[in-house]
Design a protein around this ligand. Sequence first.
Ligand code: S3P
Length: 422
Amino acid sequence: MTNNIRLKGEITVPGDKSISHRAVMFGSLAKGTTKITNFLQGADCLSTIACFKQMGIDITNDNGTIYVHGNGLYGLKAPKDTLYVGNSGTTIRLMSGILSAQNFTCTVDGDASIRKRPMKRIIEPLSMMNANISSIDDNFCAPLKITGNKLNAIDYTSKVASAQVKSSILLAGLYADGITSVTEPYISRNHSELMLTAFGANVWTTDTTAHIEPATELFATEVNVPGDISSAAYFIAAGLIVPGSELLIKNVGINPTRDGIIRVVKAMGGNISLLNERTVAGEAVADILVKHSNLHATTIEGEIIPTLIDEIPIIAILAAFADGTTTIKDAAELKVKESNRIDLMVNNLKAMGADIVATDDGMIINGGKELHGATIQTNLDHRIAMSFAIAGLNIDSEVKLDDYDCVNVSYPGFFETIESLL
Ligand code: S3P
């Protein structure tokens, strides 16, 4: 039973969130002016800009193109107030690595969600590097107090596959006294490694270990940000589940450390193809063509998880519409994202009539049940909100969100894009 809508057309999605953050941070530490095109003007990346402006970096926005006038590796100035990261885990974790090596003391804080997210994962390795970093409330969460120090290189093995942890340590490693290495259980997104190389740092990877040499200087460059595959994922899903749909999503980043959603959709029998594959500024990019498909269940586990970690909420929606039992394992990290995404996906899908159970590290979804509308509890999590908005396109009764504005964290214009396709 459906709304009698079908989605047809060609869209672009906003710039990649991970790449946008990094371009501002690395540009701030470089000598010269970094030009960033297709920068994501979402709340999270605007928080990164605000923090670096507070540290004396001149950052201008010319009709959507961002210019970062870097001050060099040692050019940041002590901020007068607390650095406020809003909802952004990437900002607080990556910036902490940089702040660990500056010659000033500062505090870093964020919203209620950030204050609940685990910071021990960066406090521990950065402290091993001789950083002076502590949780002000002594709970290993924000607010953090950081006093820069002379850092020593470490060879660190992380329990979690996390690009935020890896990048935080690599950024501190730029200032260390030797080669710093980070080993992960599975490889996480490698945008820092690719972009730091473009800025002139010496970074390399062996198996699941990233290594960095200390640098004396980074050099400004131009960053052309591809469309965010995590944002494209909502429209990939919409095209697949809404009968009669056919969507072309242009200029999407398909870096192999981020493309798990494409592999999963293929495994579920989805009609998806990559067109015009190319490389832009070191990142793989393609146009994605997706057509309505009858999906079937799959199992998602192991090393693919970090490559689709932010897409699991929308994958759970796909699984609810697919035939058979989909199992998602090895994804306990979902509990410490902007919300507990296991609980929220399970509770909200149950409220819509789905057959789904939470497990310790994922969920099991018996797909194909008839779903109905409900009011969705988002906990102000952008990805929960967008996932259920897409589910609502394929249901007769209304899916209401308890908050719509939270989508602006990563996807300003999300609802307008949906409207444009109807
Ligand atoms: C990100 C890494 C991931 C991801 C987040 C962005 C990044 O987090 O979930 O949205 O830009 O490095 P983790 O490193 O915690 O897995």
